[in-house]
Design a binder for this molecule. Structure first.
Ligand SMILES: Cc1ncc(C[n+]2csc(CCOP(=O)(O)OP(=O)(O)O)c2C)c(N)n1
Length: 294
């Protein structure tokens, strides 16, 4: 198991303290800069490994950044602290975005990122809770993360810790029936400490979601299954922060985060081939320049 990077955790704690005291405009700036750094590291990580899921990493980056740098009550020095909030990245193929975010908070050294998906590395192509501090549960097979997050939310309620549980699913992933069973349970149990976020980038592995197995009207379906639904722009930090606030209705919160696959790099945005494509050397350079100017 990788160990905490205490220096980086100290600077993450400082960043969180600055965030708490910042104005709403400053908070957006802090999150935007952190997300930019994450996208840059994801680019290097994936191009170095010569594999990964950069399109989905970039659609979920702003959501992950807001959670870890503005919302989650976690401690990178004690990843399994009993009273922590829980976060599950159910779309586990986007491990590079999760690893980068965790390393920026100091859960493990950022210097490990270049080992991503290499033989004997702990940073497997899909996250493993026994290898990577901060990973709550192994994901990769789609449709498994939300049921675990429901259990985390229920467990926290039974133990009375006051903790919240969050899960992010891909929109293509919502075609897995297990998600809908999990949502029914969460509603039945009145888990108002659960927030599920659908990364609604409208693309899945090889095609558009609506051409594969249509999800719309997704908001109405989630509401009919018993959720308090919030529809947002998943790249607008003000909207993300507001949507991540606790439930006001006693119901689980479902956020439909409208996002762009490949967000931040012009030639990747909303292009299905960037689900699993690796940028060439020229494309890496262009992406670096675009992200540097972002
Ligand atoms: C059960 C299962 N079936 C198939 C796959 C292969 N797979 C990996 S990613 C993916 C597409 C996921 O699309 P989406 O959930 O929309 O993710 P995003 O577009 O955000 O990357 C598929 C089919 C898988 N990981 N698990």
């Amino acid at each position: 198991m990788l160990a905490c990077d205490e220096a980086r955790t100290a600077s993450w704690r400082d960043a969180r303290a600055r965030f708490e005291k910042a104005t709403p405009e400053e908070q957006v700036e802090l999150l935007a800069e952190q997300a930019r750094l994450t996208r840059l590291d994801v680019l290097e990580t994936i191009s170095g490994a010569n594999l990964g899921h950069i399109g989905g990493d970039y659609s979920v980056t702003d959501l992950l950044t807001t959670l870890y740098f503005g919302v989650l009550n976690v401690d990178p020095a004690q990843p399994r602290w009993d009273e922590r909030d829980f976060f599950v990245l159910s779309k586990g193929h986007c491990a590079a975005a999760l690893y980068t975010t965790l390393s920026h908070a100091g859960f493990f050294p950022r210097e490990e990122l270049p080992t991503f998906a290499q033989p004997l590395s702990d940073l497997n192509g899909h996250p493993n809770r026994n290898k990577v501090p901060g990973v709550e549960t192994n994901t990769g097979p789609l449709g498994h993360g939300l049921p675990v997050a429901v259990g985390c939310a229920y467990g926290a309620r039974l133990r009375g810790t006051g903790a919240r549980a969050f899960a992010i699913m891909g929109d293509g992933e919502m075609q897995e029936g297990s998600n809908w069973e999990a949502i029914m349970s969460a509603a039945q149990l009145g888990l108002d400490n659960l927030t599920l976020v659908v990364d609604r980038n409208r693309l899945q592995q090889g095609a558009r979601t609506e051409e594969t197995n249509a999800l719309d009207p997704l908001d109405e379906k989630l509401a009919a299954f018993g959720c308090e639904v919030r529809v947002i722009d998943g790249h607008d930090f003000t909207q993300i922060l507001a949507a991540l606030a606790p439930s006001t209705t006693g119901k689980p919160v479902a956020i439909v985060a409208n996002t762009v696959k490949g967000k931040g790099v012009s030639f990747m945005e909303d292009r299905v081939e960037w689900h699993h494509k690796v940028p060439s050397a020229e494309q890496v350079e262009q992406a670096r320049q675009e992200l540097a100017g972002a």
